[in-house]
Design a protein around this ligand. Structure first.
Ligand SMILES: [Mg+2]
Length: 167
């Protein structure tokens, strides 16, 4: 289970220090959509999130959205942020992560993945050796399948990962 331990665990994407990414030589970010930058199935994007992405651009870090959600919403938010977006990503499968790195023009060692789910975002990133950042979900209201997965996630987080070693 230690295999699933994220490199960084923060409350929100806004708590990720962009300077730390720069220092860690991260050049590209693969960012989850639902419950990471927007609430589940919500079109709303907070001003602070928009500004965080603008700050990334200033620091010359490219970003790409990879979401298991459907096309229209994912591409709409990608367009709004001015970054590429991959929908129906099928995370944790490798395909979308590889596709994202191609779009970002980065290698695994210079790419980080940011998401709120251990078994999709973090596992997928780990499989390719990316830097992994887990965020707390923005809102508890979500897809029924995800809610079930959360129960399992809780067990792993509490018993196997963060028991002795709090991030
Ligand atoms: Mg998510």
């Amino acid at each position: 289970m230690l295999f699933l331990k994220p490199d960084l665990y923060v409350d929100s994407i806004l708590d990720i220090p962009i300077d730390l990414l720069v220092e860690s030589k991260i050049k590209g970010l693969i960012v989850d959509l639902d419950n990471t930058i927007t609430e589940w199935n919500s079109p709303e994007l907070k001003k602070e999130i928009f500004e965080w992405f603008a700050h990334l651009k200033i620091k010359q870090i490219n970003a790409c959205i990879a979401s298991n959600n459907s096309h229209s919403r994912v591409s709409h938010i990608g367009q709004y942020l001015g970054i590429p977006a991959i929908s129906k990503a099928g995370k944790p499968r490798r395909r979308s992560f590889l596709q994202a790195m191609k779009l970002l023009n980065t290698l695994p060692e210079s790419t980080a993945v940011i998401g709120d789910q251990l078994f999709t975002d973090i596992l997928g990133g780990k499989r390719l050796g990316l830097y992994t950042i887990l965020v707390k979900p923005l809102n508890p209201r979500e897809f029924i399948g995800t809610r079930l997965m959360r129960q399992l996630e809780k067990i792993v987080l509490k018993k196997c990962i963060f028991k002795e070693d709090k991030l």
